[in-house]
Design a protein around this ligand. Structure first.
Ligand code: SF4
Length: 223
């Protein structure tokens, strides 16, 4: 993303750097991105449905029944989805929250919805999810909001049932994640050092570049 002359980094492209510095470098410096391929849009449909559901409770004192037995506070009203941080004259960082809880009057807590195909009651939080909460808390703080210092990941997992005709059962698992916003600036600086350096090596774990290197000799053939 580029606006006001800055390069605007996000959680998604900083995580891309973790997976492959070369793909990150190509995406930012040359606007060459990996093709998306065929992807399920089910998760984004879930997000839309959940945001609509949460929105109905924004003007009420009560939290949505899906989370009210475990969480307290109110939904941020009005909700601000996108937050920006101007790192310097050349770079910025931005993020989009799914939802935000305001606890004890003025403590802001980011919420992210996760639709999952594996049981969230039995697994640890991915490093990328920890980074996401770090970054949301960082952005809230940079936008002069008091934060609780943590965030919530709310996992939605379709459960097994003998009576799906009565409604699709859904496991809702809330994970509290202690945020480390002090680590975000370092990750932004690391990303900038890659952007400003030479093109890095390909990741040895990604099949695409090795496929391209093997396949490209055949493209010169006159078929
Ligand atoms: S190895 Fe190649 S295709 Fe794979 S992520 Fe890296 S640059 Fe992209």
């Amino acid at each position: 993303m580029s606006k006001d002359g800055r390069i605007w980094l996000s959680h998604t492209n900083i995580e891309l750097l973790e997976r492959c510095p070369r793909c990150f470098w190509l995406a930012i410096n040359k606007k060459i991105k990996q093709p998306e391929g065929i992807q399920s849009r089910l998760a984004s449909r879930f997000d839309k449905v959940l945001k609509h559901y949460f929105n109905q409770y924004r003007n009420q004192d009560a939290l949505p029944p899906l989370i009210s037995s475990e969480l307290s506070g109110k939904l941020q009203n009005p909700f601000q989805e996108t937050y920006f941080y101007q790192h310097n004259n050349k770079y910025g960082f931005y993020g989009k929250l799914d939802e935000c809880l305001v606890e004890k009057g003025d403590l802001y807590t980011p919420i992210d919805f996760k639709t999952t195909s594996s049981d969230p009651r039995e697994k640890d939080i991915l490093g990328a999810y920890q980074h996401q909460i770090d970054e949301y808390v960082f952005l809230l703080q940079k936008n002069k909001l008091n934060t609780s210092g943590y965030g919530y990941l709310i996992f939605f997992y379709p459960d097994m049932s003998d009576a799906v005709h009565e409604g699709f059962p859904m496991v809702v698992k809330i994970h509290k994640v202690e945020a480390k916003p002090e680590e975000v600036e370092g990750r932004i600086n690391r990303a900038i050092s890659f952007i400003e350096g030479d093109i890095p090596e390909s990741s040895p774990n990604c099949p695409f570049c090795s496929w391209m290197n093997t396949a490209k000799s055949y493209y010169d053939l006159d078929l």
